[in-house]
Design a protein around this ligand. Structure first.
Ligand code: SF4
Length: 173
């Protein structure tokens, strides 16, 4: 795996968000990894597998991986090594693992809409919060594109819940 980009995390600027390229297509292994990781969520349509490792949020796509909330570059590299090892293990033990293809989460636009400020302020570039919710589910926005949600202290609980939902869907911060 080769690191392509390193950026500050949207939600916590003391952490970093890393994107790395995977040299071979691991899409076929994701249902196997889904079966062996207790806290993973598989999104078959993408496909993508999301899970947390400590505070880090890891999303694996067929040829790339993102790690959000890594402490620093060496922490991200260590997580990538850990992931490569588990993918290798799944490849070697394919015959013994019952792959899990089902997604575990179904989220509707109104579930997202209900967590947004609902002011239709337009700061995200969309004309309404509902339009933003629809585009978020299409992976055309990130939760952090809604500035009021991240700026206002009384939005903390909604922000946390939205983060849980989008992580489960394999959508980044
Ligand atoms: S920035 Fe947030 S509150 Fe404003 S319109 Fe967009 S989604 Fe709604």
């Amino acid at each position: 795996m080769t690191i392509d980009s390193v950026e500050p995390c949207f939600a916590d600027e003391s952490k970093i968000r890393v994107t790395a390229r995977i040299s071979e297509d691991v899409g076929g292994l994701l249902p196997y990894l889904n079966a062996v990781l207790a806290n993973a969520t598989y999104v078959p349509d993408r496909p993508a597998l999301t899970f947390t490792k400590g505070v880090r949020l890891v999303t694996v796509y067929p040829t790339r991986v993102t790690i959000a909330k890594a402490d620093d570059l060496s922490d991200a590299e260590e997580t990538l090594g850990w992931l490569a090892e588990r993918l290798g293990w799944c490849g070697e033990h394919r015959e013994e693992i019952e792959p899990v293809f089902e997604g575990k989460v179904r989220v509707k636009p109104l579930d997202i809409y209900g967590l947004l400020p609902g002011t239709n302020c337009g700061e995200c570039g969309e004309r309404s919060c509902l339009a933003f919710a629809l585009l978020l589910l299409q992976d055309k926005h990130r939760p952090a594109d809604c500035a009021p949600l991240y700026r206002d202290k009384d939005m903390e609980a909604r922000r946390g819940r939205l983060g849980e939902l989008t992580r489960a869907l394999g959508i980044g911060e």
